[in-house]
Structure formats: structure tokens, C-alpha cells
Design a protein around this ligand. Structure first.
Ligand SMILES: Cc1cc2nc3c(=O)[nH]c(=O)nc-3n(C[C@H](O)[C@H](O)[C@H](O)COP(=O)(O)O)c2cc1C
Length: 211
């Protein structure tokens, strides 16, 4: 039996991406996001228009999509309520966000120079995709979100994930960090408490496994 409900959140489960972009002063920004899907060598990204990432991507025209494995969840969660933009919207203030210019330091991640773009790679992420911007369109009438299309121009993959002798990732070895209804999952199980879920007041049925 199905019921009609006024569904509050539509985040059914997508991989977490750490997107690095260049700031106007030459430093780097890093933000977790999960409205991302791939087709061919392109990726579509949904980003809040007011975020630093959106401003940087529109200006610089490039980014790196760093894919964290589930074991990096603690560092990802440390970035959850941070923004690289000093001017916070009232919505972000109410949810408990704060300005952080050094996101790599805050997470404990190492920045590595990329080959083709100026935004850095996150060394700890097993998959790092250097990308160039293809298009950016407003996603809704209120201009709250921007839908980006980016093209992957270079892929860096931890050799332990590569099927030997091929150009393929072994899906048995790759354990992506998944965001499902604002909670963190890996290998089908909830792996860590989520600051995002707390800020969004997502109801809990079972306490998340501590890190
Ligand atoms: C797991 C996770 C997934 C997120 N997914 C998105 C997303 O898909 N799009 C988005 O705009 N923000 C998303 N956010 C929120 C951004 O990380 C947040 O707005 C952040 O402040 C953006 O940083 P920036 O302003 O420095 O770009 C997500 C946060 C977390 C923790």
C-alpha cells in the first residue's frame, strides 16, 4: 500500500563529490556536493547559486571533481557547514554555516597541483577528475540553483581501483561515499553522523555509526 505524502527531501542517494575551484585571490575553495551525474565524458552538477563554488566556476570555467571513498567521511563531514564566501545568506546563518577560507586545512586534506586546470586535486580522494565548464543555466525560477555541465579533461585514479591491463575502474573495489536524504552511506550502511542532516532536522530512526 502506497501513501501520498508531502515529501520534504528528494535526495534519494547520489555520490558525494568534493569540488575544488579557484578563488579570485588565487587560493582554492573546496565544497561537498552530491547533485551530480555523468553521461559520457560530461557531468551535470546542481549548485546553489549563492555558493562560492558557483561564483568560482562561472568565473574560472574549470574545476576538479574529487570523489571521496566512504572511509573519508569524517573529513567530508567537517566541511559540511562551511562556506568559502564571506557573505552568508540568512538561510545559511540560520542553519549554522560559517565562513572558512581554508577548506583544505579545515578538512585535513592535502592539495596537489592538477595537470590541466588551476584548481587543485584532493590527494586523499581515490578519483580526481579535472574538468572544464561547458554550460551554466539557471535551474529554477527563483535563481536559487545553477545547473552546470562540465567535461572531464583528465582523470586520475588510484591504481588499486583499476582493473589490471584496462582503462576501467573495478566496481567491486570502488566504495563511493553516498549522500542519501542528507545522511552518509558507504557499502549500503550508514557510516557517520551527518552535520547536514542535523542542520536540516532530518528525522533519525537509528543512531548513525560513530566514526
Ligand atoms: C554531503 C553534502 C552534499 C551537498 N550537496 C550539495 C549540492 O548538491 N549542491 C549544493 O549547492 N550544495 C550542496 N551541499 C551544500 C554545500 O556544501 C554548501 O552550500 C557549502 O557551503 C558550499 O560551499 P561554498 O559556498 O564554499 O561553495 C552539500 C553538502 C554536503 C555536506
Amino acid at each position: 500500500m502506497h501513501r501520498n505524502i508531502d515529501l520534504k527531501v528528494l535526495y534519494f542517494g547520489t555520490p558525494v563529490v568534493l569540488i575544488s575551484t579557484g578563488n579570485p585571490d588565487g587560493t582554492a575553495n573546496l565544497a561537498p556536493m552530491s547533485s551530480a551525474w555523468w553521461l559520457g565524458n560530461q557531468c551535470m552538477l546542481g549548485m546553489n547559486t549563492a555558493s562560492r563554488t558557483t561564483q568560482n566556476l562561472l568565473r574560472e570555467g574549470e574545476c576538479v571533481l574529487n570523489l571521496p571513498s566512504a572511509e573519508l567521511v569524517g573529513a567530508v563531514d567537517r566541511l559540511a557547514l562551511l562556506t568559502g564566501t564571506p557573505e552568508l545568506s540568512q538561510h545559511k546563518i540560520d542553519k549554522g554555516y560559517r565562513y572558512e577560507p581554508d577548506k583544505f586545512g579545515a578538512a585535513g586534506f592535502t592539495a596537489l597541483a592538477a595537470d590541466l586546470v588551476s584548481a587543485p586535486l584532493v590527494a586523499e580522494c581515490p578519483i580526481q577528475l579535472e574538468c572544464e565548464l561547458v554550460s551554466a543555466v539557471r535551474f529554477d525560477r527563483a535563481d536559487l540553483a545553477t545547473a552546470f555541465t562540465v567535461r572531464v579533461v583528465r582523470a586520475h585514479v588510484d591504481e588499486q581501483l583499476i582493473v589490471p591491463g584496462t582503462q576501467h575502474i573495478d566496481p567491486q573495489r570502488w566504495d563511493p561515499l553516498i549522500m542519501k536524504f542528507c545522511e552518509f552511506f558507504g557499502n549500503g550502511s550508514q557510516v557517520h553522523p551527518s552535520r547536514l542532516a542535523t542542520a536540516w532536522e532530518i528525522p533519525q530512526t537509528v543512531p548513525a555509526r560513530p566514526a
